[in-house]
Design a protein around this ligand. Sequence first.
Ligand code: GDP
Ligand code: MG
Length: 669
Amino acid sequence: MSNKIVLALAGNQNSGKTTLFNRLTGSNRHVGNFPGVTVERWEGHVSGHEFASVVDLPGIYSLSPYSAEEMITRSFLTEGGVDAIIDVVDATNMERNLYLSLQLIELGLPMVIALNMMDEMRANGNTVDVAAMSDALGVPIVPISAGKNEGIHELVDAAIDVAVAKQRPQHHLDFCSGPAHRCIHSIAHMIEDHAERLGISERFAATKLIEGDAPLTESLGLNENELESVEHLVKEMENELGTDREAALADTRYNFIEGLVARTVVKRPRSRERERSAGADVILTHKFFAIPIFFGIMGLIFWLTFGVVGQPLSDALGTLIDSLSGWVGDGLDAVGINPFMRRFIVDGVLTGVGTVVSFVPVIAVMFFLLSLLEDSGYMARIAFVMDRPLRCVGLSGRSVVPMLLGFGCSVPAVMSTRTLPSERDRKLSILLIPFMSCSAKLPVYALFTAVFFPKHGAAVMSLLYILGVLGGFAAALVLRNIPYFRGSPVPFVLEMPNYRLPNLRSVLILLWEKCRDFLSRAFTVIFVATVAIWLLSNLNVRLYAAASYEDSMLADVSRLVAPLFAPLGFGFWQAAIAVIVGLMAKEATISTLAVVTNAGVGSANIAALFTPAGAFAFLVFTLLYTPCIAAMATIRRELRSGDGAALAVAAGQFAIAWCAAFAAYHLWI
Ligand code: GDP
Ligand code: MG
């Protein structure tokens, strides 16, 4: 068997695809989704079957063309590279999940259904007649528990069997009857040739035509006459059924599923899981308590991240790196190395890298806690609870996840907007993320509040975070009036999963991925930036070692731009350098201030430079100004509108920051 077999995992969000993917591949190498959401597809080898690979696709509820995930999944499945689909179905949520299964079956590709979460179904005391269900659907069904590692081998064997035998679903039973049935069949018959040319099943093409699926209709390339006949048949069906085209098919599918589930699933009156979840929801999604509880939980997370765990760990790492620099310095002195190179290595390279590395624990703790929230099912409640307030500014509850991630790092936050169902909601959310103070700015706040506002540190920091969020909402209100963003967010239909104990394994995998991402970024972009900046600040325009920083090239540049910041109370070159370097990476702001003021890791002689009012204005400016290069690159890619849009974001944030800092400075003095 030399030909490679490609298996594709498709299914609803939270049906357990990624858990299954990790079981199948026996590794975590190719899993890179951040808390909860797989937005891209990931490929890995099926362990024990080197000729087979498996692809983890984004979670979807339907094969309609409304969201980025649906489009990714659909085009991947219809491009012809997939040998078999493994449809992951959450057995505790059968009705909802089978809705997608019916559409996958219509694709006509070899397919097996992995009936996942059987452990939970058993615990609830429910049973399912797998053979009868498999018979009715015409595809093999394997009951598994990805979480408990049950049934995985059987599933792999079944999937490889159908792939090798090219065994397509057997349509001996039709899902529909009556007018919808007639309509599908007439259209399927008529467009047979077109579907064949595209390499998709005529039945899938027919249902999509009936649903009014624009991209597919276009690629089918029907002529005037055919289009007219389709419309005519659809009208006829609509009239007979008294519903519109999309509802007609949705009703047919749900009717079929209802009948199927009634025949094959034996349910206990109400599952224990649901009961418990419903009990918890009485409080956690309560009309009045929900939002205070949410803020309480977020407060707790921030306190744990930055106060209890993160900061001491960062400090300890910082100390370690300080002593490391000391040893390296001594070592270099001992071999009598050129003093300029010694300074380059110790003050440039090690200081820069040290600052970045000492920051990893904070990121790790933050992501650990956020993935716990996601995995336990609480994140879905947050989205539900926040839906109403967010709707006031033209967003939906789904934007809450990207915004929360934005407090960690804008890069994953911007990427997570891919799960939003409409382009409008997506782009609006992307534009708000720079207002959520990312954790790389935290060291700046920490240092400045420690020096200038030691008694009110927590208050000043909270104020900054709140200012960012309010600024974001204000921006959303303004953007709403721009023609592109007019209209309202897509209705909210997020599924409420049962509360679950988070799976430590998947949480730890996510955590490792995040830290690795951050470190690889730190050692590329940030490292290069730090070293370049150090060189710029230690060489003068004729490339000689500068006698002091004041002489350096960077100081020359900074002196040119510094007057721009004079109205904000920090019009001196040291602050200008820090701002410029912050464009590379916000983490580097403090290390730069440390370098240009001749101080060690994590501190800087800023007391003599800034006035308290100037320091506060500097913090406000840092909060809001242009995101770092990595974030800008992600924003540019995800806005999909080219350089113009990205430049507008960069310049816009700069202008907003300047105005806000100006106001802050003048309100203060
Ligand atoms: P995806 O969104 O489809 O990729 O789903 P995930 O793999 O992220 O899983 C969603 C949640 O379901 C996680 O909390 C998993 O730990 C949990 N889960 C996955 N498979 C099982 C299972 O077989 N049994 C139980 N009880 N939980 C599972
Ligand atoms: Mg996933």
